[in-house]
Design a protein around this ligand. Structure first.
Ligand SMILES: Cc1cc2nc3c(=O)[nH]c(=O)nc-3n(C[C@H](O)[C@H](O)[C@H](O)COP(=O)(O)O)c2cc1C
Length: 170
């Protein structure tokens, strides 16, 4: 198990969960789900998600159970669906409350449309002490999904591996 990396995700209907499970599996690292205390299922839940995202409103998140303190991971990979052109309010809630604890961060966003939503990364960076180091925008089921996912996995593996080279341990 690679203790330098953790994948933390929110997923309402399983697509981000699937992508993050594939990434965590390839990187052989911990995979943890973040949730809040809000009912987000069904049509009313869907509307609540859209409104929360548009208003940038966050609610308390459930306790994140991780093997080490967040600050001990070299790289925290955050996965979120896009809601109304923004990151999900659940992920925003995590960033708001715990973003300052994260050393280096990479983003995985999933969405239903062809747009890439690259401006979302800057919105998420506002909660970090320094800008993110890698990102990938995935549309589950699209032709480029596996290619871009695998490129991202390589970038993350190189990023954490690079530290060992600098220390002369390669
Ligand atoms: C409230 C809401 C708003 C959404 N807004 C967008 C959007 O603006 N653009 C988009 O491409 N997909 C949008 N989607 C679709 C999701 O981003 C997409 O299906 C995502 O992969 C779902 O991930 P999940 O299964 O992990 O929840 C929205 C979904 C919800 C529930």
């Amino acid at each position: 198990m690679n203790k330098d990396i953790i994948c933390v995700y929110y997923s309402r209907t399983g697509k981000t969960k699937q992508a993050m499970a594939e990434i965590a599996d390839a990187l052989d690292c911990e995979l943890v789900r973040v949730r809040d205390k809000v009912e987000r299922r069904g049509a009313i839940g869907w509307m609540r998600c859209g409104l929360d995202a548009m208003r940038k409103r966050t609610r308390p998140i459930n306790r994140l159970v991780t093997e080490q303190p967040l600050s001990d991971y070299k790289l925290v990979i955050l996965g979120t669906p896009i809601w109304a052109g923004r990151c999900s309010s659940v992920m925003r809630g995590l960033l708001k409350r715990r973003g300052y604890e994260m050393n280096e961060v990479a983003y995985v966003i999933t969405h239903g449309s062809e747009a890439l939503y690259k401006d979302v990364y800057g919105q998420m960076d506002r909660y970090l002490l320094k800008p993110h180091v890698a990102d990938v925008s995935l549309r589950p089921g699209s032709a480029g999904y596996h290619f871009w996912r695998d490129q991202f996995i390589k970038t993350c593996a190189d990023f954490v591996g690079g530290g060992h080279e600098e220390n002369g341990e390669a």
